[in-house]
Design a protein around this ligand. Sequence first.
Ligand code: NAD
Length: 477
Amino acid sequence: MIRIDSYVDGAFFKTDNTKYNDKIDPRTGQRIKEIAICSESDIVRAVDGAQLAFEAWRDLVPAERGRRLVELGRAIRKNGYRLGQIESEETGKPGHEMPALIALAAEFFEFYGGIVNSMDGEMIGRGPDYHVYTRRDPFGVIGVILPWNAPLHQACRAIAPALAVGNAVVAKPSEHTPGSLVELARLAVEEAGLPPGIFNVVVGRGSVVGPALVKHSAVQKISLTGSVRAGQELGKLAAERILPLTLELGGKSANIVFNDCDLDAAAKGSVRAFTWNSGQWCAAGTRILVQEDIHDSFVEKLVAEVKALRVGPGADATSGPITTKAQYEKILDYFEIARTTGLKCAVGGKPLSGGSFGNGWYVEPTIYTGVSNDDVLAREEIFGPVAVVIPFKDEKDAVTIANDSEFGLSAGIWSRDIGRVHRVASRLEAGRIVVNEYGGGFVQTPCGGFKQSGYGREQGVDALSHYTQLKSVIVRL
Ligand code: NAD
């Protein structure tokens, strides 16, 4: 049986006491590998090693760090097929989606490896008697805690800028999907020439790794991508040490469809917005706000688009299974809540089993109509291919409903009226607004949330600042 172990100090790491969990293939329900569960002392060892490696890495000229990161981007592309296979097997993602996700992972290293060369402090003019300037110093060791829905993509967007500015990293992938990140850490050392100890991966549970990272004095910042619950738990611990966090948390994003938009494009885009990755997507557009006068005809279009989806285990399926059993059961619970609260199911609403679905964890892509923004299904993040349709009257009403949420990660606007698009975009409380499509943005566009969706930003040039501390140097001449 294949075993996935941690990768620490440039080598695979396990002890005589390392325990393992079974990994189940979500497409088939079969046991396919075993995944290590690290202990608190394993984390201490990983952070100690990272601390030792940090200074030499920090002191390299930025161009040299950048060159190795660009090299790692190249290694990702070269090994992309295998990385994609590991990730597809562990998450259940259809194989055809992997090349784009792997290319994106590589792009983070290429982007940050390049721009770190142009990140400078500033000169501050205080006359002839002073020489005053700012520097951006790395923190030291950064803890990076990650979810299971897009493992490599989310890892690279945090790890690449953190390494680029001279930090060392101890990353913890989800205990459900660690394989691709462990392999990346090996490639970093063996193919891209990163010094051992600079990029470590510890495999285990958040409830052990989170507190252990916070406790270790060498860890100076943590980036967590995950649920609001994990953000709250980590935030309470981190407050004890005034440890800065970047928190990329959940969402319940509004996707607003105005009556003047290209309705066919909006229907297609709105269905992709909540079914991509089987809805296991933080930015998923799960509240579809539709202008009253087009409501019924637009719902018909949405239903037709959902019926055209191909859910299943195949590499060419439009949607695969749900990645974890717990998540699958959570979605079934929401189907039950919808049934008992009398929501009208326009399409879907059931698990998929038998035939090609075998013992995999599949659910029907689902749309509920006649939903109020106060209903449980409109307020809570489901993290599955489930959307609610909520009617609105006008621009003001749409913005009010969209902003009436504890979350504020993303939002979509469909309209041909350019004035309306910018007015609404300026008023929406969300970290990313996408107009006339519903995608995930680019390496260059900052990503992060308003309200309970988190704080700090990953992606974009700004992420380099989030992994440094600003220092002023004031010299009396
Ligand atoms: P999760 O919160 O259960 O786990 C995320 C990571 O945090 C895992 O590695 C887990 O082991 C760890 N963890 C759990 N409890 C912890 C604790 N107390 N201290 C430290 N670490 C802890 O989330 P998940 O189920 O893996 O992922 C789904 C969630 O992630 C959704 O809410 C989704 O919206 C969110 N997410 C957000 C973004 C974003 O960019 N904002 C991107 C992807 C996923």
